[in-house]
Write a protein that binds this ligand. Structure first.
Ligand code: SAH
Ligand code: SF4
Length: 389
């Protein structure tokens, strides 16, 4: 292996034993660099990107506009290797959920949520998460590792393939992507940025920057860096109207308190070329903790003058948490106070509590997975979250 090839191989911790470069995760720039590194013209990168992300091709021999000699060289030095689907569950409403095995044996989940004319894919960025938000089942697992760019974009690749979207390219299988699966995307910065660039790229999935959303709990320095390199939409996990409460729910708030986070969002939008884009504020409502009218009124005060829309998420209970889901009445009351104050506010609805596909429950307790998968297979009728933007 040449040094140049090694450079790409070492960026991908899911590499095969022979250390081939996994082309699936290479952004347009990195793909061009790879071809230059093996003595080829950069335009090869566009051909290969299209074969992979427009046609779903994993076998170099199917790349008919590439000569045999180069195909043989590519087979020696590179591969196109998506992560492996361990299980797939379909719900009556069209929601599809996959458990996906990534390199090193970790598992993550990806969820496809059709909703009228659009379909949102909820994508994971890490195995587990280090930030330990008190209401999040991913946080309870602790952090295992970052996904590679190939494993992140691989979730989009697998989803499109699973709906035959590569075969019938007229069908737009995925209209929106939300980085709201497992993990904190800003703590896996480079890989997430590369994967999102492929989501937006015309040689990749060609999704509008407005329809790819990164959700963060508030890693402020990384958010500032993001504004320099990406144009995606932004969601923040706020969940509390003051620092005292947020410190309990979202521990990273002790490092980057609310005022700093909101200021960083403003800086992010200041760096974007287009106007009229606003931050989505996610607020998970937990019974008796942050769902009272006084919390809503405090939130109104806090967000006055901050351009945003608000997405209320009723807490999804899971076995390791004592928190409760709020009553419909409490959710409605909270919504009313925000709406009366002229905030555009949506409520994310959840169905199928028995299916841990709902927001924040992705994967859940890893050790319980096999049993749960069997149960799902037997019982699966309806699942999941709707109304994800
Ligand atoms: N780490 C990122 C993205 C993944 S979490 C973040 O925190 O923003 C995606 C969303 O699900 C976040 O808004 C998170 O707060 C929410 N969430 C996590 N656990 C939840 C639960 N049990 N019920 C409802 N929402 C939850
Ligand atoms: Fe991590 Fe987000 Fe869960 Fe917090 S809510 S533990 S940041 S995945």
């Amino acid at each position: 292996m040449s040094d140049a090839v090694a450079q790409y191989a070492t960026n991908d911790s899911s590499k095969a034993p022979e250390e081939k470069v996994n082309l699936l995760g290479l952004s347009r720039e990195k793909m061009a660099d790879f071809f230059v590194s093996i003595g080829e013209k950069p335009f090869r990168s566009q051909q290969v990107l299209k074969w992979i992300h427009h046609n779903g091709v994993e076998d170099f021999d199917q790349m008919t506009n590439i000569g045999k000699k180069l195909r043989e060289e590519l087979k020696q030095k590179a591969e196109i290797r998506p992560p492996e689907i361990v299980s797939q569950h379909d719900s009556a409403d069209g929601t599809r959920k996959w458990a996906i095995r990534v390199g090193g044996g970790g598992l993550v989940e990806t969820v496809y949520i059709p909703d009228g004319g659009r379909a949102t894919l909820c994508v994971s960025s890490q195995v587990g998460c280090s930030l330990d938000c008190s209401f999040c089942s991913t946080g309870k697992q602790g952090f295992q590792r970052d996904l590679t760019a190939a494993e992140i974009i691989g979730q989009v690749f697998l989803a499109v393939k699973s709906f035959d979207g590569f075969v019938d390219s007229q069908k737009r299988i995925i209209t929106n992507v939300v980085m709201m699966g497992m993990g904190e995307p800003l703590l896996n910065f480079d890989n997430v940025v590369d994967a999102m660039s492929l989501m937006l790229d015309d040689f990749g999935y060609g999704i509008s920057k407005r329809r790819v959303t990164l959700s963060t709990s508030g890693v402020v320095p990384a958010l500032d860096r993001l504004g320099d390199v990406s144009e995606v939409s932004l969601a923040i996990s706020l969940h509390a109207p003051n620092d005292e409460l947020r410190n309990q729910l979202v521990p990273i708030n002790k490092r980057y308190p609310i005022a700093e986070l909101l200021a960083a969002c403003n800086r992010y939008w200041d760096k974007q070329s287009d106007t009229h884009r606003v931050t989505t504020v996610e607020y998970t409502l937990i019974a008796g903790v942050n769902d009272q009218p006084e919390h809503a009124r405090e939130l109104v005060e806090l967000l006055k003058g901050f351009p945003c829309k608000i997405n209320l998420i009723p807490f999804n209970p899971f076995s390791l948490s004592d928190y409760q889901r709020p009553s419909k009445k409490a959710v409605q009351r909270f919504w009313q106070i925000l709406s009366d104050a002229n905030f555009i506010t949506t409520i994310r609805s959840t169905r199928g509590d028995d299916i841990d596909a709902a927001c924040g429950q992705l994967v859940g307790q890893v050790e319980d997975r096999t049993k749960r998968s069997e149960r799902h297979r037997a019982n699966y009728t309806e699942s999941q979250v709707i109304n994800v933007r």
